[in-house]
Design a protein around this ligand. Structure first.
Ligand code: FAD
Ligand code: NAP
Length: 586
């Protein structure tokens, strides 16, 4: 079998260090062996004559135990395919850096969920690490501290504001349980906003301390590549500093997309502005119909605001549509209005909040409608922050259609020593725990000899709509498409959480669905739950699915009573049977 291989200086015994100088040749394995008389072949394994298992050493160093295993100037390039993929330019750059000493072993660009996890892990493995984080202010001037989207303008403020809304519902329920309090209950936006932002401030501080404790150098500056190993960092005063590193991790995340219609940047806000808005948004139009739109629209309505969601096509694209529509119907029943139209925006009156006229055009007919709102929240998706960081100078390939970065299953970009994680990845989940897991595992592969890769399959997630929707695995549509209608069995049930019964709300609105693969022992390939505490419920079933749980095993699991999650241990009505799924009681 012909393959490429390296010859020359072999890796030192320091397992965390790449070989210092290696010349690359393309030859057969047997040819290499003839030059390396301290090695012998034992079966298909390469063994040092003194007994050291060279393949194990390679695995520990590089995550790859097969030869060829190519290094150029301390940079692990990879095997034959990877080496052949290295373009002329980048090969030259790698070769010309012979003997160069870098400022850092690793520079991480972006101090969000993925970047912080990766930099801390790499530093705790003894590497010299720098992380740069810089927030470009929104068109409204909003900015925030260290930690990225999740902490500052994503998961954390969103969940706390969702909780604020749930407390409003709980207060209504409380009267039915005997609590007596003044009739007038009001919500104070400023109190909530201040409390949430104080908490975020404590997290920002905690991240700085954690970086310092781990000896990660943190620089609050915007990073841009100048070449494959060098970046320029520009701080908020415009001061430029230059740094080099042996390896880089890109973790720059995404920012909200605007509509591109007149007035959008001047008059509208996005989720980047909402959570620290200095005034209550008032009557709000939310444009978009996915995670961000439905979650924000949901909690704003829960605070008692007049909310309209403008849907271009469907709710929660990519999710099980049966579930998405049920979540939407519940929102509609609780006062959220839905419009299925399109939008330009004009300002009527400035103010905090002001008065905005929105002219919307139907996507199906020529109908044009107008509405007036205090706030227009644009939530039409997010763009990867990859266009202004000099990736062309570094030679990193980007999908020109969406700005996302394609990587292999080790998060390696088209440039071997530059990796990418988190929201900027092409075709991967945009979720905090995914970015964290990918970052941590990457550091361990780079510096601790691990070969464990991030598993992007069966990632559990929850949409924090007023009635929360948790899912893991395939939607019914996708399962049917992949396995065929006849090979998929869907078990489902409506249910009524005990805590909803006394206040008499939302009877038979909650819904549980399992999708099983008949061809594989009724293995669960889709889990869907619409009900309270969906994140808590879905997490455990996500673990079960990672272990390959089957319907029979769930049937054999004893439920915890009285809970919502127990419904998954007693599902016996198949969707195909058309059987009654309403629940009369426990
Ligand atoms: P980010 O966390 O976005 O971090 C990137 C950082 O890099 C930012 O601080 C950015 O300013 C900085 N940066 C960018 N360019 C440069 C540069 N050139 N130089 C220096 N710094 C730079 N996920 C969940 O799992 N659960 C949720 O409930 C959830 N809710 C969400 C709610 C909202 C409203 C939004 C918008 C997102 C939500 N997400 C949620 C998604 C989650 O926030 C992201 O998946 C996660 O933050 C991605 O992490 P990241 O490291 O890829 O990027
Ligand atoms: P998204 O999932 O990309 O959805 C964009 C939405 O905007 C879609 O409903 C889309 O409609 C609509 N849209 C796009 N262009 C439009 C236009 N010109 N006019 C009107 N509507 C338009 O974006 P997102 O909601 O911002 O979420 C981004 C990512 O953040 C998600 O993928 C998710 O992973 C993450 N996130 C996670 C959570 C969570 O875990 N709970 C919460 C929030 C965000 P079409 O369907 O018609 O295209």
């Amino acid at each position: 079998m012909r393959s490429s291989s390296f010859a020359g200086e072999l890796p030192s015994h320091s397992l965390n260090e790449a070989p210092s100088r290696i010349s690359v040749t393309f030859d057969s394995c047997s040819h290499m062996l003839s030059h390396l008389d301290e090695f012998k072949l034992k079966g298909s394994r390469l063994i040092r004559k003194d007994g050291t298992n060279f393949q194990e050493m390679l695995l520990e160093m590089t995550g790859q135990k097969t030869v060829p295993n190519v290094f150029i100037n301390k940079t692990h390039v990879g095997g034959c395919d990877k080496t052949l993929q290295v373009s002329d330019g980048s090969l030259q750059q790698l070769l010309s850096g012979d003997g160069e000493a870098y400022d850092y072993d690793l520079i991480v660009i972006g101090g969000g969920s993925g970047g912080l996890a990766c930099s801390k892990e790499a530093a705790s493995l003894g590497k010299k690490v720098m992380v740069l984080d810089y927030v470009v202010p929104t068109p409204k001037g909003t900015t925030w501290g260290l930690g990225g989207t999740c902490v500052n303008v994503g998961c954390i403020p969103k969940k706390l504001m969702h909780q604020t809304a749930l407390l409003g519902t709980a207060m209504q329920d409380a009267r039915k349980f005997g609590w007596e309090f003044e009739e007038t209950v009001k919500h104070n936006w400023d109190t909530m906003k201040t409390a949430v932002n104080n908490y975020i401030g404590s997290l920002n501080w905690g991240y700085r301390v954690a970086l310092r404790d781990k000896n990660v150098t943190y620089v609050n500056a915007y990073a841009e590549f100048l070449d494959q190993h060098k970046i320029k960092a520009t701080n908020k005063r415009g001061k430029e500093t230059f740094y080099t590193a042996a390896k880089f991790v890109l973790a720059t995340g995404e920012r909200p997309r605007y509509l591109g219609v007149p007035g959008d940047k001047e008059y509208c806000i996005t989720s980047d502005d909402l959570f620290s808005l200095p005034y209550c948004p008032g009557k709000t139009l939310v444009i978009g119909a996915s995670y961000v739109a439905l979650e924000c629209g949901g909690f704003l309505a829960g605070l008692g605001l007049d909310v309209t969601v403008m849907v271009r096509s469907i709710l929660l694209r990519g999710f099980d549509q049966d579930m998405a529509n049920r979540a939407g119907e519940h929102m509609e029943e609780h006062g959220v209005k839905f419009l299925r139209k399109y939008v330009p925006v004009e300002e009527l009156e400035a103010g905090t909040p002001g008065r905005l006229k929105v002219t919307a055009k139907s996507t199906e007919t020529d109908e044009v409608i107008e509405g007036e709102y205090n706030t227009v929240l644009i939530a039409v998706g997010r763009d990867a922050c990859t266009d202004k960081i000099g990736l062309d100078k570094a030679g990193v390939k980007v999908n020109p259609k969406n700005g996302k970065i394609p990587v292999n299953d080790e998060e390696q970009t088209s440039v071997p020593h530059i990796y990418a994680i988190g929201d900027i990845l092409e075709g991967k989940w945009e979720l905090t725990p995914v970015a964290i897991q990918a970052g941590r595992l990457l550091a361990r592969r780079l510096y601790a000899g691990s070969s464990v890769k991030c598993d992007y399959i069966n990632v559990p997630t929850t949409v924090f709509t007023p009635l929360e929707y948790g899912s893991c695995g395939l939607s019914e549509e996708k399962a049917t498409e992949l396995y065929g209608n006849d090979n998929v069995e869907v078990f489902h049930s409506l249910f009524w959480p005990l805590e909803f019964t006394v206040p008499g709300r939302d009877n038979n609105r909650c819904y549980a669905k399992l999708i099983c693969n008949k061809l594989d022992n009724d293995r669960v390939i889709g889990f869907h739950y619409l009900g309270p505490n969906a994140g808590e419920v879905t997490q455990g079933f996500g673990a079960a699915m990672k272990c390959g749980v089957t319907k029979e095993q769930l049937d054999g699991t004893i439920g915890i009573h009285p809970t919502c999650a127990e419904v998954f241990t007693t599902l016996d009505v198949t969707k195909s049977s058309g059987g009654d799924i309403t629940q009369a009681g426990c």
